[in-house]
Design a protein around this ligand. Sequence first.
Ligand code: AMP
Ligand code: MG
Length: 346
Amino acid sequence: MDGYAVCWRDMPGPWRIIGESAAGQPFTGTLGAGQAVRISTGALVPDGADAILVQEDCQRDGDQLALSGGGPASQGAHIRRKGHDFSSDAVLAEAGTRIDARLIALAAMAGHGTLCVQRPVRVAILSTGDELVQPGETLPTLAHIPASNGVMLAAMLSGLPVELQLPQMLPDRLDAIGAALTHHRSADIIVTTGGASVGDHDLVQPALREQGGKVDFWRIAMRPGKPVMVATLGDAIVLGLPGNPVSAYVTALLLLLPLVRKLAGIGDVFPSACDGIAGAHFPANGARQDFMRARFADGALVPVDNQDSGALRGLLAADALLIRAPYQEAKRPGDTVHYIPLNDGA
Ligand code: AMP
Ligand code: MG
């Protein structure tokens, strides 16, 4: 505080002013009995002083100082002690902590001019399909559709420490897909969408094998998302996601984002599941874990109307993915259900 540094013992004064301590320009002497030093906010408290008289409480006449108000409530009032914020041996952030503005400020205050950080995760997105047209472009024929997966995945990754290779569109041709995969073999993750099933034009796996990639596993007992493939090529983990937009979204949420978080060293990799209340009848489930698009109606979860894996409007209407475990029994309104909320940016 702006005022005078004094010794608590000498209260209630009067004092003789012997110098000044300003911010960045400390008083170099030591306070003796009955002495005061003019002080300003941010200045070092002089040796020998242990109390601050705020300016409003004092009357000064030349080098004479007298108390005109109440004076400090306690000895150390208005003094920040050394280590009041953190001690020199404190761990201020664990490894893996995301650096934000507050941590940057704290690190700077702790004397760090540079921080050791992990580089962003390099992700390449490849959309396959002869029917795909860049979003916004006129569709040449009725057989074409806009390529929505690339921009959707890019948006899902935008909140994470990712260096993104712009979403690229590829025709259903072995040579084109193979060349693109090889081109990105030094990425951390190559995400493909489409071409992941068993059709004649599902070429991601054949192209990958042709380039020397190794498939770790293919197909997961989940709905949507059954055709997911996980492979390696060069330095890259290849995550083959389904082409259907809702399937691509759900598998990216449950598999791609956790993988990125893991590689980025971020602690909690999986989206957390919550307990909710069924607001409708849900039939017994089959062999695949189901992630049903659901919305809240009067506080309880009901399925959105269109559960088609190509129905992006149904996905947008959803507040949650309702989780139905394999062979889970039917649920009645009022029963407890588990769900993953869809409101955290992804
Ligand atoms: P696929 O996995 O290639 O058999 O594709 C499954 C469905 O997803 C098809 O109806 C495709 O037209 C559609 N699809 C594939 N890729 C995309 C994409 N990038 N954006 C939107 N829809 C897609
Ligand atoms: Mg396709």
